[in-house]
Design a protein around this ligand. Sequence first.
Ligand code: ZN
Length: 244
Amino acid sequence: MKGIFKVAIIGLIILLFIFYTIIPTVLIRKKSIGITKRLLEQKTLSLTFDDGPDPIYTIQLLDLLKKYGVKATFFVVGHKVERHPEIIERMHKEGHTIGIHHYQHVSSWFLTPFALKKQLIKTEKAIRECIKEDVIFYRPPWGHFNVFTLLLSRKYQIIMWSDIFSDWKVHKVKGSLLERLRATNDSGSVLLLHDSGDTFGADIEAPRYMLESLEVYLKESKQRGLTFTSLHEAYQNRHIKRVI
Ligand SMILES: [Zn+2]
């Protein structure tokens, strides 16, 4: 009898966890509820970079974007912002958009509503202190939502992606990143890349190789006449529309 009770409790906990995490994530992403995956633009793409700022790779990336005159968007981790405010100030000065990617790189699946709110508020505060402007955009780490995410982040535009490349793994970057970048649809695609390799499961040196492929891609894209927009520019031009 005691054994059955234990199994029932474990079963109930698993069920509650699924309802708190996996079901909202699948529903929101499949049905595009309250999120943006693509922009309403032709011949224009949006480059987005997650998990920074990184004192080495983000600087190299900013130099590269400057060289090709490209404006991008960075979804940054709050505690890294506090460590490297000068990088955020540079991003802002050079016309890039900065959005929230939680204070620690933690999945919403393991956050209570209160803890999730705290992640958002602390990161917004850290960014705000650097850019002295409102923070508009949010991308949840790992693309994970819990039941409360849409409610708690309603003041932000949630930006997901249309293209993801596993660029956090060196062998994937070396093997296929450039080909996959070249194959991207140029009508409003939102590309997700990473300018830091210290996230759990990533290779620390992956951004180094990502930057090599990105440079070739940017060079070719400019020759093809493609344009890259930051999310802030797209938002001002009303090319981002909330689905709900
Ligand atoms: Zn991330």
